[in-house]
Structures are given as structure tokens and as C-alpha cells.
Write a protein that binds this ligand. Structure first.
Ligand code: PLP
Length: 463
């Protein structure tokens, strides 16, 4: 049992108690965060299980689905509908006046301030260091414009070989825009042969070994494997070697605790529709360390919303940037998206913030891991399933990436028909992400029991 470090937190006696649904129910009963589940709209199994739902009883169709997909799109907080509707009220009742005179006291001229402090808390930053703006990939481009200053000797960007494709494309196209051949300018790093995750030491050795790296831009939590990188160690080391260090926190924000200010991270970008539950295409986030708050020496992609608030509406042709991250805003922010984000961030704060959520998350994912290993022991032994994600809870967030060397899509379809919503990444991976804000131990239990049934259907010879 103690093979899985996270399990020690659950204080379970033996394998039998792990396999008992009563354990899941007890863990849910002890969970002080369980009440937040009802703050979210959970789709029914009927609505998501596809055309061939697989249920024994008709009545099961109306039950909530088992949603383990918050890594891809977070569920909707129920209050979001009310809060966004208030913006429609403001618009219909006040028109342009809503910018200054807002019936719910959220004037649009400063709507971004509704999320600034929340975002700062979430990523361990000072308010001056963060802002909500644009979308993730466009913010990566914006930050590369400012922080990637290639010279003849230093002109490379280091990213993961299996970085999210958008990051790959962004880096590649950005290099091209600067007249640098991506084949020379993009340096990628992959796990060792036979391994799934990058070793911190290998990352450091790569950085030490190539003095032409100008920018290190890795992801905080790897989208494919779920590995949580050692951000402070890598940041400090790369900066010592003369690199600028930016992080893509798409899968880290709202998932793991971050201390971006203390870690001296130069910049970071994230989207908000995954763990931050802001809705598809929601407004993204940006962190720029305080050390650059008054730095106007670097080029930036400027826009009127980055101009000092005090004289933004003077419409002067001379750009006077706001201090800090806000000075990089380009357009007036999408109000519906910003309020939708605010709604979810309020719930994060009511739940006690990221450290409280993380404590539950470590238990929940540890429970998932242990239950998978015990329930599917024979399938693990036969190498029909593997876990790619690090087993050390400190080196991962809530997501576990399962690899199915053969038949992944059949397994995925089988889970789907049971109303277990997760996602697949071809060719072989299914990602399961139990989210501490709205997932229960009973969700995890059901997902694993469904997976066992599916595995026995997909690999009938195995039992
Ligand atoms: C989700 C994700 C994206 C998506 O980019 P958008 O600009 O929000 O569409 C990019 N990079 C990473 C690492 C992601 O996880």
C-alpha cells in the first residue's frame, strides 16, 4: 500500500478497505470542501454519454456524469449565469454609461480590477505583477516580443519536445518573424529513452550545455504527462546562466500552488478555461515580475488599454504605459469573459485558496492512483495500462495520464458510454483529472470501477 506516497495521507489499513465504496463515502464525508460541488453545474450522464449509452438502469441516465475533465474545460459555476446576466442587464439599461455607471458596481472601464487581486493570490504574485488579457497563445507571442531579445550568440528558445502544439507553433513562428530558422532557434528537450518525464537535472544540463539559449519557456505542469516541473530550481539556474525564463501555466494555474514572485520568474502566461472554470475561450492571464514593473526599455506590443488609467481616455498619441503587467494590455477586456472568470475566482477564495484545495487534491489523486493499481493489477502486470505521471505527489498536479499501448480509443469510448468524461490524446493516452473543487472520492471510485468493466470488455482474453 505504501508504494504510493500519496496514499499515506489517506491512512487506510489495507487493500480491502481501499476497494470498498464505503471508503470513498467516508472520505467524502470528512471532506470540508465537498459542499463546493453543488456550486457547479454537472452535466447528466444522458447528456454526455453519446449515442450508445451503457447503463443497466434507465434511472442512471439522469445522474450527474463522472466529470474528470477539468484539465481541459472546467465546469460552470452556477453563479456565473447570474453574474453574466447582470452584465446583460447593465448593457441593456445603461449602454455606454456602463463603463462608468454600472448597476452592480463593476464599471467596465476598470472591469479587469475585478480579477486582479484574485489572480495575484492564486499565482503568488503582487497585484502589479498580474493582469487578465487576451488569450494564452497571443500572450505568449506578446511576451516573446518583449523578453526574447536574440543576439548573434544567444538566439535559441528551449521548450519541451512534446510541448502543447500551440506553444510549438508560437515559438516557431516567432523565430521566423525574427529571421531565425526554427530548425536552429528552437531547442527541444525530451525524456530519456524509456522514460516518460523530464529529469530536472537533464533540463539543467541542457541549459548549462548550450550558451546560445536566450529564453527558457517550459510548461509548469506538462499537459500530456501531468508532470509538475521544479519551477524555482529551473528558473534560478537558467537565470544564472543568463537566460530569461517564462512559464506556460495552462495546466498549473488553479491546480498547484505557485509562488511566481518569490521564484523570480520573469514572465508567465495561462488560460482560464481549464482549472479556472471561466468557460471556453475565456480571458487569459499574464504575470510579469515586479523587477520589470517600471522597465520601459523593452519593446512591447502596446495598445490603449496598457496606457496609464489616469489618462487613457485623453486619447494622446504618446503611449504612457501603466506600471507592471497592466501596461501590456492591448484591448479593452471582454467583460463577459472577465466576469465569468471573476465568478470562479470568488469560489476559489471561498474554498480557502489554492493551498486548501491542494491538500485535498493530493489525497484525491493519490486515491485514484492507488485504486487504479489495485483494481487493475492484472492489466498493469500485462502492460495493457501504465501511468505516465510521476508518482511523487510533489511532482504532479491533480491529473493522471494513463497510457494504453493498444486499444486506447476503445477504452475511451467505453468510458464515455458509461458517462465518465475524460479526454484522450492520441495515440495512446487518456487523461483523468479529479478536481478538488467539484470532484468527490465517489467520482474517482466510479471512474475506476467503470474502467475495470471497460478493460475487461476491451481485453476479453485477459480474465
Ligand atoms: C490549453 C493550452 C493551450 C491553448 O492555447 P489557447 O491560446 O488558450 O487556445 C496552449 N498551451 C498549453 C500548454 C495548453 O495547455
Amino acid at each position: 500500500m505504501t508504494d504510493y506516497p500519496a496514499l499515506q495521507n489517506l491512512q487506510l489499513e489495507d487493500k480491502d478497505s481501499l476497494l470498498d465504496i464505503k471508503t470513498a463515502q467516508d472520505l467524502d464525508a470528512q471532506d470540508t470542501l465537498s459542499k463546493f460541488r453543488q456550486a457547479f453545474a454537472i452535466p447528466t450522464r444522458k447528456d454526455v454519454a453519446g449515442e450508445k449509452p451503457n447503463f443497466e438502469k434507465e434511472s442512471e441516465l439522469d445522474e450527474p456524469c463522472t466529470y474528470l475533465c477539468g484539465n481541459s474545460l472546467g465546469l460552470m459555476p452556477k453563479q456565473t449565469r447570474t453574474l453574466v446576466n447582470q452584465e446583460f442587464d447593465a448593457w441593456s439599461q445603461r449602454g455606454v454609461e456602463g463603463h462608468w455607471n454600472h448597476p452592480f458596481n463593476r464599471p467596465w472601464a476598470t472591469v479587469d480590477e475585478q480579477v486582479k487581486d484574485h489572480l495575484a493570490n492564486l499565482v503568488g504574485a503582487k497585484p502589479v505583477e498580474v493582469t487578465a488579457m487576451n488569450t494564452l497563445t497571443s500572450n505568449l507571442h506578446s511576451m516573446m516580443t518583449t523578453f526574447f531579445r536574440p543576439t548573434g550568440d544567444r538566439y535559441k528558445i528551449l521548450i519541451e519536445a512534446k510541448a502543447f502544439p500551440s506553444d510549438h507553433y508560437a515559438v516557431s513562428s516567432h523565430l521566423e518573424a525574427r529571421g531565425i530558422d526554427p530548425a536552429k532557434g528552437m531547442l527541444t528537450i525530451a525524456p530519456r529513452a524509456g522514460e516518460y518525464n523530464l529529469r530536472t537535472q537533464d533540463i539543467l544540463d541542457t541549459i548549462a550545455g548550450d550558451p546560445s539559449i536566450a529564453l527558457v519557456m517550459l510548461s509548469g505542469v506538462q499537459y500530456y504527462t501531468g508532470q509538475f516541473f521544479d519551477i524555482p530550481t529551473i528558473t534560478e539556474f537558467a537565470q544564472e546562466k543568463g537566460c530569461v525564463v517564462g512559464w506556460d501555466l495552462a495546466h498549473a494555474v488553479g491546480n498547484v500552488p505557485l509562488k511566481l514572485h518569490d521564484w523570480q520568474v520573469d514572465f508567465a502566461c495561462w488560460c482560464s478555461y481549464k482549472y479556472l472554470n471561466s468557460g471556453a475561450g475565456g480571458i487569459a492571464g499574464l504575470f510579469i515580475h515586479e523587477k520589470y514593473a517600471k522597465d520601459t526599455s523593452r519593446p512591447r506590443l502596446a495598445g490603449w488599454w496598457g496606457n496609464d488609467k489616469e489618462n487613457r481616455f485623453e486619447m494622446s498619441p504618446v503611449f504612457r504605459p501603466s506600471e507592471g503587467a497592466s501596461g501590456y494590455q492591448q484591448s479593452n477586456p471582454n467583460v463577459l469573459a472577465t466576469i465569468s472568470l471573476m465568478s470562479s475566482l470568488q469560489i476559489y477564495e471561498q474554498a480557502g485558496g489554492i493551498d486548501t484545495l491542494r491538500a485535498k487534491s493530493i489525497k484525491l489523486t493519490g486515491y485514484l492512483e492507488a485504486l487504479l493499481h489495485t483494481t487493475l493489477e492484472a492489466h498493469f502486470k500485462a502492460d495493457r495500462i501504465r501511468i505516465l505521471t510521476p508518482s511523487d505527489p510533489q511532482r504532479r498536479g491533480c491529473q493522471l495520464s494513463l497510457e494504453f499501448p493498444h486499444g486506447m480509443i476503445d477504452v475511451f469510448d467505453g468510458l464515455h458510454a458509461y458517462g465518465v468524461i475524460c479526454d484522450e490524446r492520441k495515440p495512446t493516452v487518456i487523461r483523468l483529472a479529479p478536481v478538488p473543487l467539484y470532484n468527490s472520492f465517489a467520482d474517482v471510485y466510479r471512474a475506476v470501477m467503470c474502467l475495470r468493466k471497460v478493460m475487461d470488455q476491451v481485453y476479453p482474453s485477459s480474465h
